[in-house]
Design a binder for this molecule. Structure first.
Ligand SMILES: [Ca+2]
Length: 365
């Protein structure tokens, strides 16, 4: 035995080449001596898939798309586009002068939130986010048609279909990715003109294309819920809260869900955190790796704190000017009277703030 073991004390003993004895090996899921086996900056003890790089496939497709956008810009810059007519020159100038991140966002969100959704969607999201860069999109499709087919699978509106993908953050929380990008596009589009829709020279405030717009559209959920529920009216605040966070459900698709809210909040935070000069792939990789643990706290802090944010939510949930309070009244009208009652405004305000406060509490624990 001593003789057997002493063989291993020799400095030139090579275990791999000299020891041919058959052995059984156990599969190693992750190496316990390593903090982060796959090197994606999410430590093994928090990583749901310690051997699979977080968002790997999505980032690969996105980086390829960004390369093609940059290639196309270079091609346009070097082309003799001064010979084209004025309309075409304007289109080319806009492509050349727009950050690659904005072009990526608008091409991907357009797969549902835009002309590829339906005509009404096309008008609405062109007003909200600007052009969807059809020339660039065609170039990307010619180079590699799998890229946009991949992102089309993230259509959050139909996320329960088995063939569609779900975007999940590192804690497995589902987020409506195309909704997030549509909202992010609106955040970056500073002049959202009502001129196209109403011939009025008013502008829509950017939050209304995101979290505040979803908050206002929840008036529709509230009215459908109030009509369908067997709960006592005095309990509706509590049950409407449970509906939004998914603890109870009704048979109608909701305007405001937790997936929607996360998409809105992530879009606002990404808009606050990064310059448009960064690539979208960098923003998504960096934000979803490092910043989602405090997303609700960061979101509310960006408005100056919980009290300031509550005042803002209060103001967005009431008002009876059908044009100024466009989204609120549009969705109110779909299920009843165009005028929103004080009771309804208060329920929307209190329930929304309760969701936000609960989430902030979870983050501090
Ligand atoms: Ca990892």
């Amino acid at each position: 035995m001593v003789e057997h073991l002493s063989r291993f004390n020799s400095a030139d003993y090579n275990f791999l080449t000299r020891d041919n004895a058959p052995r059984l090996y156990l599969p190693i899921i992750s190496d316990p001596t390593m903090m982060d086996s796959d090197g994606d900056d999410i430590p093994d003890n928090e990583d749901l898939e310690p051997l699979k790089i977080f968002l790997h496939e999505l980032l690969q497709k996105l980086e390829l798309m960004e390369k093609y956008i940059d290639d196309y810009k270079k091609y346009l810059i070097n082309s003799d586009y001064n010979n084209y007519d004025n309309a075409m020159q304007d289109i080319i100038t806009e492509i050349i002068n727009t950050e690659t991140s904005i072009i990526s966002i608008n091409i991907i969100r357009n797969l549902y939130y835009g002309w590829e959704g339906n005509t009404a969607n096309g008008v609405k999201w062109t007003v909200t986010d600007g052009t969807d860069f059809p020339l660039v999109k065609n170039y990307i499709c010619e180079k590699d048609s799998s890229i946009l087919e991949y992102f089309r699978m993230y259509n959050g509106r139909k996320y329960k279909s088995p063939e569609l993908k779900l975007f999940k953050d590192k804690t497995d929380q589902e987020i409506d990715l195309l909704h997030m990008l549509a909202t992010l596009g609106g955040q970056g589009h500073d002049e959202i003109s009502l001129f196209l829709l109403f011939g009025k020279k008013d502008t829509i405030e950017p939050p209304l294309s995101g979290w505040a717009g979803d908050l206002q559209s929840a008036i529709q959920d509230l009215r459908i819920f109030a009509n369908s529920t067997e709960y006592e009216p005095r309990l509706i605040e509590d049950s409407f809260y449970k509906l939004i966070v998914g603890e109870i459900s009704i048979n109608t698709p909701l305007k405001l869900t937790l997936q929607d809210l996360l998409a809105d909040i992530d879009a606002q935070n990404i808009h606050n955190t990064y310059s448009q000069k960064e690539t979208l792939s960098y923003m998504i990789k960096n934000y979803y790796t490092y910043h989602t643990d405090t997303r609700f706290t960061d979101f509310v802090d960006s408005f100056g704190g919980i009290n300031e944010f509550s005042d803002l939510v209060y103001s967005y949930t009431r008002g009876n000017d059908p044009v100024k309070h466009l989204i609120l009244h549009f969705f109110a009208l779909r299920n009843g009277d165009i005028f929103v009652t004080t009771d309804e405004s208060n329920i929307l305000w209190k329930v929304f703030m309760r969701v936000i406060k609960e989430k902030i509490n979870e983050e501090s624990n």
